[in-house]
Structures are given as structure tokens and as C-alpha cells.
Design a protein around this ligand. Structure first.
Ligand code: G6P
Ligand code: MG
Length: 214
């Protein structure tokens, strides 16, 4: 039985995708091109700089490193402004209960997120104390699908990768978990997350009260 549970943040515990989308769209519009919600799907689980590169490619624009850094900073300022208004009501259904349930069963819990804003989001939502370890974009050099974030989380929990289960909503994250040698529960669309060991619509589906009639 698994002893460690490692959670992605965006799209698993909280629905920040819409704020990332608003901020990227605002940047695209300022640069003079459109950015759709379908385009935004490609940025899920992807690091900030890599997201910017995908966005600029869609707009057919090229910038040097300095300009790219400034653009990424600008997007982040808007994003932080949006999420600073976020509250507990934006925790995804069942996420808080499921974390509490796992803690009650003595599981070790870590966050494994690409986001550099993760600690601030956990604080704002009041769920930071539910995690034994928080590994985020500030603590790793290689973004998902590289397994570094999950391997670092397992180490922080003092567990072997084989003892850990990852919860992920993005294709890049599922791939990272598989490469880390961990089992993966996909959150979302089974067609997109086909490398996951199983896929559910949300963490609420994993609560004991919802498992009985399955
Ligand atoms: C998560 C999100 C991505 C985001 C990345 C970096 O993986 O799914 O959309 O680009 O984190 O987030 P940050 O808050 O550091 O810009
Ligand atoms: Mg995610």
C-alpha cells in the first residue's frame, strides 16, 4: 500500500487555469494576437518560460532572452493580481476533504508543482498545514515531464518512489510521474491522460463515501 501521496496543485487542488489563461491572453492581446482557451490547454503543467515560448510561437513572434524575461514577469504580475483575490471557495470539490482523509490514515503528503507561486496559493487557501513537504517551481531545475519534482518530493517524505502515488491533471505531469517510477492517478480526461494508472474526474470521486457505489 502507498505511504506517500504527491499532489500537483493547478487543476488538481485548485482551479488556477482560468487565471493563467486570463493573464496569458492579456499578454497575447498586448502583443497583437489572439490566444484561445484551446491554445491554453497546451500550457497546463508547463513551466512559466516554456509556456511563454509556446505562446510566442502561436503568435509567430521572436524575442531575445531579456525581453522574454520581462514578458514572463509581466504575465506573472497580472496572474498574481488575479490569484490574490482567490479564497477557499476556489479549492476544487473534495480536495480539502481528501487531504484530511489521507492525513487521518497516516499518509505522508507532498505538493509537487511546477508553479513558483505555489506556497502563496497554499497560504491563501489555508491548506499549507496539510502538507508535510512542498516542492514547487522554486526548488527544482528541470520542469515536468522531467521527474525531478516528484523524486525531490519522495526524498522530502523519506520514501522510495515506488511507495508514492501522484495525482496529476496534465499530460506532462503524468509523464513525469511515470518516469519517476510512481503510480499515477489522472485527474480529468482519460483520453488525454492515457499513461495514468487510473483516471477520475476529481478528488471528490476518491472520497470513501463516493467509492461505495462504484
Ligand atoms: C503549473 C500550471 C502551469 C504554469 C506552471 C508555472 O504547472 O499548470 O500553467 O505555467 O505551473 O506556474 P507559475 O505560477 O510559476 O508561473
Ligand atoms: Mg496541473
Amino acid at each position: 500500500e502507498a505511504r506517500g501521496m504527491i499532489f500537483d496543485l493547478d487543476g488538481v487542488i485548485v482551479d488556477t487555469a482560468k487565471y493563467h489563461y486570463l493573464a496569458w491572453k492579456r499578454l497575447a492581446e498586448e502583443l497583437g494576437f489572439a490566444f484561445s482557451e484551446t491554445d491554453n490547454e497546451r500550457l497546463k503543467g508547463v513551466s512559466r518560460m516554456r509556456s511563454l515560448d509556446i505562446l510566442l510561437k502561436i503568435g509567430g513572434m521572436v524575442f531575445d532572452d531579456d525581453a522574454r524575461r520581462r514578458l514572463a514577469e509581466k504575465k506573472n504580475l497580472w496572474y498574481v493580481e488575479y490569484i490574490s483575490r482567490m479564497d477557499k471557495s476556489e479549492i476544487l470539490p473534495g480536495a480539502g476533504d481528501y487531504l484530511g482523509y489521507l492525513r487521518g490514515r497516516g499518509k505522508r503528503i507532498a505538493l509537487g508543482s511546477a508553479s513558483k507561486n505555489a506556497p502563496m496559493i497554499l497560504e491563501r487557501l489555508g491548506i499549507a498545514p496539510l502538507f508535510d513537504a512542498v516542492i514547487d517551481g522554486n526548488k527544482v531545475a528541470n520542469a515536468k515531464p522531467d521527474p525531478e519534482v516528484f523524486l525531490t518530493a519522495a526524498r522530502a517524505l523519506a520514501l522510495d518512489p515506488s511507495e508514492c502515488v501522484v495525482f496529476e491533471d496534465a499530460g506532462a505531469g503524468v509523464e513525469a510521474a511515470v518516469r519517476a517510477g510512481m503510480r499515477v492517478v489522472g485527474i480529468g480526461d482519460p483520453a488525454v491522460l492515457n499513461s495514468a494508472n487510473c483516471v477520475v474526474g476529481g478528488l471528490d470521486a476518491l472520497l470513501p463515501k463516493n467509492l461505495h457505489n462504484k
